[in-house]
Design a protein around this ligand. Structure first.
Ligand code: CP
Length: 353
């Protein structure tokens, strides 16, 4: 692994190795206190974050490394109009690994084209969030003993929820997972994710109601309606508060079902669920730090590339997704990839044509 942009790029073997190391770190953290000694992590957060930003920072500090960066891009030369390419060229000259979160879909992929050091996607708009997935899989494996054979309910804003997209990509690497995709119709998974599930023979049922399917689930993964991604505020108003998990609804769930949530929550899990033994979301956030320690122990120790490969210069975006990085960084090459038989933007996965 050179970068972590999309969980789909990881092999099952690479994940197993990451998880095994996360387990060792959790069991005996002292063995890893110097795993990143002398290494420096750049933390570029163009969007708000509590868990991802702080867990990456604490992960690096606990491994004996150091951290610099911004949580407000207006404090950097981005505010003066510096391109992503130039920012990454500079930052990858100072750091051993770059962790970045942006509102633009495909931005981490774009950064990886120009970086001399590994780039980690810490969330790119409504697209992907692969390191959240490392937290999610670690939680499921630690608490349920494994991932194969589970029935997983993904509930909420499945259109804009990047954590859900990454988790689906990851679960394609396991056996016999049954999905229940629980969302309002207008917030169902994007077409490129549905195509991915079909192509990978992943059985899924799309429903609008939570209560009818809850008894069948081993994992219920709740998500927030992502207000910041809505172009039409009325669409947000129509959908906010549509799913609220309460103690009463949990009465019909399996005794060992996990309630997960990437957090932050707004109102989709009532506070009275927090003390239910099935509520795993705070533990999940802590596991995220160990999973990120495992990731950094590998990526921050990779050799630096003194020269990056030449990249074709684009002149116009080929992608029509208004949130795609190619819409603002117009020098990016017009990269295309296949999702099944469809030609898609290689940055944000949106279908082309
Ligand atoms: N789960 C997650 O990405 O949370 P933050 O936005 O607080 O980082």
């Amino acid at each position: 692994m050179r970068h972590l942009i999309d969980f789909g790029d990881l092999t099952r073997g690479e994940w197993d190795e990451l998880y095994a190391r996360a387990g060792k770190i959790m069991d005996d953290p002292r063995q890893y206190i110097d795993a990143c000694h002398g290494r420096v992590m750049a933390s570029l957060f163009y969007e708000p974050s509590t868990r991802t930003n702080f867990s990456f920072q604490t992960a690096m500090l606990r491994l004996g490394g150091t951290v610099f960066g911004f949580a407000d891009p207006n404090s950097s030369s981005v505010a003066k109009g510096e391109t992503l390419k130039d920012t990454i060229k500079m930052v990858s000259g100072y750091a051993d690994v770059v962790v970045m979160r942006t509102p633009w879909e495909g931005a981490a992929k774009a950064a990886s084209l120009y970086s001399h050091v590994p780039v980690v996607n810490a969330g790119d708009g409504g697209h992907m969030h692969p390191t959240q997935t490392t937290a999610d899989l670690t939680t499921i494996t630690r608490l349920l003993g494994g991932v194969d054979g589970l029935s997983v309910g993904l509930c909420g804003d499945l259109k804009n929820g990047r954590t859900v997209h990454s988790l689906i990509k990851a679960l394609a690497k396991f056996e016999d997972i049954r999905f229940f995709l629980i969302s309002p119709r207008e917030l169902s998974v994007p077409d490129y994710m549905r195509a991915f599930m079909v192509e990978n023979n992943m059985p899924f049922t799309e429903v609008t109601g939570l209560e009818a399917v809850i008894p069948q689930l081993d994992v219920l993964y709740m998500t927030r309606i992502q207000r910041e991604r809505f172009v039409d505020p009325l669409e947000y108003e129509r959908n906010k508060g549509i799913y609220i998990l309460t103690r009463r609804k949990l009465e019909r769930a399996k005794e060992k079902m996990l309630v997960m949530h990437p957090l932050p929550r707004v109102d989709e899990i009532a506070v009275d669920v927090d003390d239910d033994p099935r509520a795993a979301y705070f533990q999940q956030a802590r596991y995220g730090m160990f999973a990120r320690m495992s990731l950094l122990a590998d990526l921050a120790n990779q050799p630096r590339l003194e020269r990056t490969e030449a990249v074709e210069i684009g002149t116009a975006p080929v992608c029509r997704n208004p949130r795609c990085i190619t819409r603002t960084e117009r020098y990016l090459p017009p990269l295309v990839k296949k999702n099944g038989s469809a030609d898609c933007c290689a940055f944000c996965d949106s279908p082309l044509g």
